[in-house]
Design a protein around this ligand. Structure first.
Ligand code: OGA
Ligand code: MN
Length: 280
């Protein structure tokens, strides 16, 4: 029913021959299966609007909580990700390796991003397979991580943004402190996919600040090693955007990051998320 072509060895696929605005149940089921296999699906040439993206998101489940914006008029769950033309501001949404909102008790399972206007160069989104990165660990390392819980927080990011808004003469610098762990949310450091049972590392650069029960001096080198593992070139997949593309990814299987490399050009995207389970 659908034409799926792998984008890279470890993850990601491009899907052609479907109209996301009019999916029948068997086609939707194939897309869902392909998503859980590849971690990321990219659909070129989809001339769809907010209502279609909203409906597509709802096919997968309830809308996720979005921590950052109030949506677009008429669609509170469609979040604008728009960078206007001009010089690059210091804070860029989606920068650095991350999984979406792991600090929430039920982080979004799936995120979707739809492109309307893309810059002539740059503005790519880079992904990595946390599932293949986990599979690449030794049995000893897997045993060490078994049962460990990561601590996820965004208070250091909010503080950096607030401090930059108060005084823009200081560099924008995100420095997590000891106290950021106090309001952190704990989830398994190795997640199990609720449908396929695949295991994947749940470690990122933006939000993973510690490991439950471990001292900072103990947790930091483990997290640094795991981040180096998940960001090895072996596991990457890069998406070069065209207008009218929709990407959907499974936050339980991949990390992603955006780049601030397309000034002075404009980039207009819209994102939506599907509410996830309490991480297993
Ligand atoms: C996101 C995100 C990346 C991008 O929407 O969650 O990180 O390339 N976006 O805009
Ligand atoms: Mn993101």
């Amino acid at each position: 029913l659908i034409d799926v072509e792998a984008l890279a060895a470890s993850m990601g696929a491009v899907v052609r021959g479907v109209d996301l605005a009019g999916l029948d149940d068997p086609t939707f089921a194939e897309i869902e299966r392909a998503l859980y296999h590849h971690g990321l699906l990219v659909f070129p040439d989809q001339k769809i609007g907010h209502a279609d993206q909203d409906a597509l998101t709802r096919r997968f489940g309830e809308h996720g909580v979005d921590a950052y914006t109030d949506g677009v008029p008429g669609f509170p769950d469609i979040q604008p990700v728009v960078r206007e033309a001009g010089p690059a501001p210091p804070i860029f949404f989606g920068a650095n390796w991350h999984t979406d909102s792991p600090f929430l008790p039920r982080p979004p399972a799936i995120s979707m991003l739809r492109s309307v206007e893309v810059p002539p160069f740059g503005g790519d989104t880079l992904y990595t397979s946390t599932r293949q990165a986990y599979a690449g660990l030794s049995d000893g390392m897997k045993a060490l991580l078994d049962g460990m819980r990561g601590l996820y927080s965004r208070s250091h990011l909010l503080r950096a943004i607030q401090q930059w808004e108060e005084d823009q003469s200081l560099p924008f610098d995100i420095v997590p402190g000891e106290h950021d762990l106090r309001d952190a949310t704990a989830h398994p450091l190795v997640r199990t996919h609720p449908v396929t049972g695949h295991k994947a590392l749940y470690v990122d650069e933006n939000y993973t600040l510690g490991i439950e029960g471990l001292r900072r001096a103990e947790a930091t080198p483990i997290l640094a090693y795991l981040l180096s593992q998940v960001t090895k070139p072996d596991y990457l997949c890069r998406v070069r955007w065209q207008p009218n593309m929709l990407a959907m990814w499974d936050n339980r299987l991949v990390l992603h990051q955006a780049f601030d490399d397309f000034a002075p050009h404009r980039r207009e995207m819209y994102r939506s998320t599907v509410l996830g389970e309490v991480p297993l």
